[in-house]
Design a protein around this ligand. Structure first.
Ligand code: HT7
Ligand code: ZN
Length: 853
């Protein structure tokens, strides 16, 4: 397939002034009529090109006159009309089959209800249309459906006329007053339970809010609603942004390719990010719901009111909106804890992507398949870049730039350059070098050399930067890297500043007053820049850092750095047992932070194999996993008493999903994880009693995960009990599949994939097995005999036939194959070559060919 290039962009030569859609909804044969009011804005001889896929054209007319077949060209990808007037109305009628749409793009059925997913290019599977984000129009929708089966009919904007028609059918009209690109179109029809509330905006408008869920699930929508109201308030207070319609609807669907979708006024969610209650959801679920509800809501301004000119600009809305949702979560919970969690995710997913064959820049310049552009780099690194921008500008100027952006570009489809022009205007700064963050792929490495002269009391810090080569990009320019820094003395006194590191090398020197001792140099505080910091510190200084650092991120990272070195040494056999003094230091850091249990939990969590993978290559995930468990066991040995006391206390408070209680549960969960890895004789029985005693899903699942990784009767008892209790709740059953896939081997996966509840049409279920194994259980997936690859290959081949976006996403698990130890590497390559020879979808073929390079 031909790659799409950013440099090929040309404006669409027509304006679509108005779109009136009529849907006659039937699962097997839905009729869609589209009336498009069109006006030429480009060349007089430009043809009208409309995208269209899997549509059966029933009729076509211009200004009321039916067109003969000779008047248009119909292909597999669309419709072209050569000679059209300068202003006209085009009416097309097409038939589509939602019940047969398993790709979950366009109009499809989930749980017997109609729903849509149009981003990025799903609208062309609904009707013929210029399916590109820079074509913005006003939409009205009229839909008819069977009244008993589909009593609720929803679309974007504001509800209009409703009524009954013949044959037990009814209709509803929706009108969206805001111009929008087709990817934000949505329609839902079905029988739902509805959780309703209202929000009064800062200017006093009352908005009707509703969350639509499966019958019987209304009580489980309360947290999503609460999160929505807090998001609306936060966007008013933090960015001055008010909601702009009288209604805001959310619909939860079981079968969804992503987390959620920000359609104008009608957000559609994967039900996993809507439904939660104490019994069935973990704290991680509550946290994810809060942040995804916020993310989709924030898109109303950063994405919907101002959208992207083309899909290369995806980070314009996604990076910015992730940055906004991360700050919302930080304000709702603990800012340092949120920052650490964001960085853990970034390092595990984005750093890995940046270091492998799928590396691409935050704003790519070419793509093969658009669905594959929704990556950790665009989202998470895109958010980091906005974070750096804000630190460079300061809060006040950043806000001024955002205000100007909203003001200047409201109602437009714009580019990254348009966005930066606003910040250049309010600050007077030039962001040309900074914008290399958008065009240069790869994680910059900053190496640090430090010296101290006791006579002159001079501290010198030399920074050197290098951006590694990535596919298609070999020679990189130095980046503008902002780094918050500090000098800290033994009493914790500090000097703080921000360094804008813009050349290949920079030396900073400081003359300290008489009597000063060597200070601690604190670099890239709060993880200012998404870089890999290379520092050769001796063990004593590293330990001092844990005690003296005043920045919580760096304090946590100092523990991580020590743990990483230790795991690497254990995995390579250069050390047989964990160093006692080091384990003592980590344990002391954990117990010392016990008045902030959420932070203590993060200190007790050792780096994942995903993160260790990047540290030394070739990587041996099996050895790394074994070494990690060894260090966990040693840490548990030191923390046994502390763990007994923390796990022995049972909470008497009523359950609350908020940060305070969640922090306490996080610590308990971390200690349960250490107990599971401890190898202690009594671990199975202890975990089983913790499983039975748990009063919430967070701790129940932690105990179950621990048990799933052990052999023996306790494991079987708990897994059987959990399955029996939750068999009718698909989201909880995903957890049951997930804990086993996350801890088992290829044989476990084969068994899970053969389970009667395994369903290739449900992305959550497929991910709970295949992604939990391939992306979180690296020792199992990268087994040197290739068994992990074969079992995942089998699932991918089947999933790809049903749902190409799902198949392609699973394939990204292979992205690090070149960095593996020789046996696994050979097996991984053989597997990728088999996949390359198979009949894959365009999405999956794109990933395989890039992975093989
Ligand atoms: N903007 C949304 C992206 C999305 C998506 C992309 C490809 C295929 C399916 C999809 N569903 C949603 C989600 C977001 O970032 O908010
Ligand atoms: Zn988004």
């Amino acid at each position: 397939p031909v790659a799409v290039q950013l440099s090929d962009y040309t404006a669409y030569p027509f304006e679509i002034e108005q779109v009136d859609l009529r849907f006659d909804l039937h699962p097997d044969a839905t009729l869609v009529r589209a009336d498009l009011k069109i006006r030429r804005t480009g060349a007089a001889d430009a043809a009208l090109e409309l995208d269209g896929e899997a549509l059966e054209l029933k009729s076509i007319a211009i200004d009321g006159a039916p067109l003969p077949e000779s008047a248009y060209e119909l292909t597999e990808s669309g419709l072209t009309l050569q000679d059209v007037p300068n202003a006209f109305t085009l009416v097309t009628e097409v038939e589509i089959a939602p019940s047969k749409n398993t790709a979950l793009s366009g109009l499809y059925m989930s749980g017997g209800r109609f729903c849509t997913q149009c981003e990025a290019i799903g609208f062309r599977r609904i009707t013929f249309y210029p399916d590109r984000p820079d074509v913005m129009s006003r939409f009205t929708v009229r839909m008819t459906a069977d009244k008993e089966t589909y009593p609720i009919l929803l679309s974007n904007g504001t509800p209009g006329e409703t009524g009954d028609v013949d044959d037990g059918r009814h209709f509803a009209v929706w009108d969206d007053p805001h111009k929008k690109p087709a990817y934000l179109f949505a329609l839902c029809a079905g029988d739902y339970d509805v959780y309703r509330d209202q929000f009064t905006t800062m200017s006093g408008k009352v908005i009707d809010l509703a969350v639509h869920v499966d019958k019987g699930d209304a009580d489980r929508a309360a947290w999503a609603m609460d999160s929505l109201k807090r998001s609306m308030k936060w966007d008013e207070e933090t960015y001055g942004r008010e909601y702009d319609l009288g209604v805001f609807n959310i619909v939860a669907v079981r079968d969804f390719n992503f987390g959620a979708m920000e359609n104008k006024g009608l957000n559609i969610f994967n039900s996993a990010y809507v439904l939660a209650d104490e019994a069935s959801a973990t704290d991680a679920d509550f946290e994810a719901i809060e942040s995804i509800v916020a993310h989709e809501y924030f898109h109303n301004w950063t994405g919907n009111r101002i959208t992207c000119r083309d899909w290369f600009q995806l980070c314009l809305k996604e990076g910015l909106t992730v940055f906004r949702d991360q700050n919302f979560s930080a304000d709702m919970r603990s800012r340092p804890v949120q920052r650490i969690k964001d960085v853990i995710r970034l390092r595990a997913r984005q750093f890995a992507e940046d270091a492998g064959p799928l590396a691409h820049s935050v704003r790519p310049e070419t793509y093969g398949a658009i669905d594959n552009l929704y990556t950790a780099t665009v989202y998470e690194k895109g958010a980091e870049v906005i974070g750096m921008l804000r630190r460079i500008l300061g809060e006040e100027t950043y806000r001024k730039g955002m205000d100007l952006y909203f003001d200047r570009h409201d109602g437009q489809a714009v580019t990254i350059e348009d966005f930066y022009a606003c910040f250049e205007e309010v600050s007077g700064d030039d962001f040309t070098q900074f914008r290399l963050w958008y065009s240069q792929a790869g994680t910059p490495e900053v190496s640090v050399e430090e010296s101290w002269n006791p006579e002159t009391r001079e501290v010198a810090v030399t920074l050197k930067q290098r951006v590694p080569a990535t596919p298609g990009q070999t020679n990189k320019k130095p980046m503008l890297i902002p780094m918050e820094m500090a000098l800290i003395d033994d009493e914790g006194n500090m000097a703080e500043w921000i360094t804008l590191f813009e050349d290949e090398e920079l030396t900073l020197t400081f003359d300290l007053p008489e009597g000063s001792e060597r200070p601690l140099v604190s670099i890239n505080r709060d993880f200012t820049a998404p870089i890999r910091l290379k520092r050769n510190l001796d063990r004593e200084t590293q330990l001092a850092m844990i005690r003296l650092e005043t920045d919580p991120f760096n304090q946590w990272d100092a523990v991580q750095a020590l743990a990483k070195q230790e795991i690497l040494a254990l995995s390579e056999g250069s050390q047989a047992e964990p160093d006692d003094a080091l384990v003592d230091a980590i344990a002391a850091a954990v117990t010392g932070a016990s008045d902030d249990p959420a932070f203590a939990a993060l200190l007790a969590r050792l780096p994942d194999v995903n993160e260790l993978f990047l540290e030394r290559q070739p990587a041996d995930p099996v050895a790394l996993d074994a070494a990690r468990k060894k260090l966990q066991a040693a840490l548990y040995g030191k923390l046994r008493q502390f763990a007994d006391s923390v796990l022995g206390e049972s909470s008497t408070q009523a359950y609350d999903p908020g940060a305070e209680q969640a922090g306490e549960r996080a610590l308990r969960t971390a200690l349960i994880g250490l107990l599971a890895a401890s190898g202690a004789d009594e671990a199975g029985d202890r975990l089983l009693s913790l499983y039975k005693a748990a009063t919430n899903m967070t701790e129940k699942l932690a105990a179950l995960r621990g048990l799933a990784g052990l052999d023996g009767e306790a494991r079987e008892t708990a897994l059987a009990d959990f399955e029996a209790e939750w068999t009718s709740n698909p989201l909880v059953m995903d957890k049951w599949f997930g804990v086993q896939a996350g801890t088992g081997d290829a044989a476990t996966i084969e068994k899970l994939a053969a389970h009667s509840a395994f369903d290739l049409r449900n992305p959550n279920r497929v991910r709970s097995v295949a992604a939990a194994f391939a992306m979180q259980n690296l020792a199992g997936f990268h087994a040197p005999d290739g068994s992990g690859y074969r079992v995942v290959e089998d699932i991918i081949l089947k999933a790809d036939k049903v749902n190409p976006a799902l198949g392609a996403r699973l394939l990204t698990a292979f992205e690090q194959w070149r960095s593996l130890e020789p046996k696994a590497k050979a097996e991984a390559e053989a597997c990728l070559r088999r996949l390359q020879a198979a009949d894959l979808s365009k999405n999956s073929a794109d990933i395989v060919s890039r992975a093989l390079g």
